[in-house]
Design a protein around this ligand. Structure first.
Ligand SMILES: *Cc1c(COP(=O)(O)O)cnc(C)c1O
Length: 361
């Protein structure tokens, strides 16, 4: 039963093989301590070393300035939909939101519990296949922040440039595209990402926040939902997800070894370019997203004949190409091409698609 599988799942997603092998080698006995990282006190010098190294490596690969805090928290990306307004609104009435798909829609809906959130622009009228023209955005200079989703994981829509929103701090959900290209962190007030797509195992969320933007939340905000709590305690107010923190640290080291974010960007472009080229060259496959906004990370596609979808998915699985089902809310297929997906995985998918098309037309 042991054969190579390329896992195209959107998340929890595949992790680099080298990282998994190192974790396996270190699992029972980390650095001759005789115990696993899973069994260590989060306050032990050993774990503090692991945690600090992970942060230092992330700061190095992303060039994160000292004026930004890096938090390793639990709660998933979705908890940030609430924590962002709870901590950044201060005495402002509300914030500006761009609606470009399912994840930004959920973030907006949640944020509305905390203030007057304004819709800057929505891609709804063209079924979220494109990002609304910047000239049509209605930005409010009094907004506490402007929020957007850098990569809509379900729709397969990505911002290829950081939007220019003037002086208002920019907040982004980068769950499915962080670490896939170099980024000018200074353009942002806050960046967050659930780990399970492009960082590490599920259960950890990374937040990068400009410290001066963090407000002391009102007294009715639970202690654990205040960024301030985690900044003051270096994410050790309570027990953090220690093993995931360690695993993410291994991924950061792997990225460094591979040539950093420039290398990740080059690979992402090449992998997604190959797959889109194959889709565009065929009448059999289709991707609906406008070419300027296609995601390098998540490539949704459909078949001209919808009835062939289940055969496509089951035959692909037999060929070792797994988790190609689209999100349950939209159907179709989706291939996620995060950092850990090797180019050979994309080559195998493209070859399978050509073969499938030939057999069914
Ligand atoms: C997966 C995903 C989420 C949700 O992450 P959870 O950790 O499950 O809450 C939010 N935003 C984006 C862009 C995602 O891809």
């Amino acid at each position: 039963m042991k054969h190579t599988v390329f896992n195209f799942g959107a998340g929890p997603a595949m992790l680099p093989k080298e990282v998994m092998e190192r974790a396996q080698a270190e699992m029972l006995d980390w650095n001759s301590t005789g115990i696993s990282v899973m069994e260590m006190s989060h306050r032990s010098p050993e774990f503090i070393r692991i945690a600090e190294q992970a942060e230092a490596d992330l700061r190095e690969i992303m060039s994160i300035p000292e004026s930004y805090k890096v938090l390793f928290l639990s709660g998933g990306a979705s908890l940030q939909f609430a924590m962002v307004p709870m901590n950044l609104l201060g005495n402002r009435k509300g914030a500006d939101y761009l609606h470009t798909g399912i994840w930004s829609g959920k973030a907006l809906e949640e944020a509305r519990h905390f203030g007057e959130m304004k819709l800057v622009a929505s891609g709804k009228e063209y079924n979220f296949t494109s990002i609304p023209d910047r000239k049509k955005w209605e930005l409010d200079t009094d907004a506490a922040y402007v929020y957007y989703t850098a990569n809509e994981t379900i729709g397969g829509l990505e911002f290829h440039e950081i939007p220019d929103v003037g002086q208002v701090p920019l907040v982004t959900d980068m769950t499915s595209s962080i670490l896939s290209m170099p980024l000018d962190v200074t353009k942002f007030g806050l960046i967050f990402a659930g780990a399970q797509k492009n960082i590490g195992p599920a259960g950890l969320t990374v937040i990068i926040v400009r410290e001066d933007l963090v407000h002391t939340p009102s007294a009715n905000v639970p202690t654990l939902l205040a960024y301030e709590t985690h900044i003051k305690s270096k994410c050790m107010y309570n027990t953090p997800p220690t093993y995931n923190w360690y695993m993410s640290g291994l991924v950061f080291q792997w990225i460094k070894d591979q040539g950093g974010l420039d290398a990740m960007a080059e690979r992402s472009k090449s992998k997604s370019g190959k797959l889109y080229a194959a889709i565009d060259a065929s009448e059999f496959y289709n991707n609906p997203i406008s070419h300027d906004h296609r995601s390098r990370m998540n490539v949704p596609f459909t078949l001209a004949d919808e009835n062939l979808e289940s055969s496509f998915i089951s035959e692909a699985r037999k060929a070792g190409l797994t988790a190609l089902e689209g999100h349950r809310s939209v159907g179709g297929m989706r291939a996620s091409l995060y950092n850990a997906m090797p180019e050979t995985g994309v080559d195998a998918l493209v070859a399978f698609m050509a073969d499938f098309e030939q057999r069914y037309t």
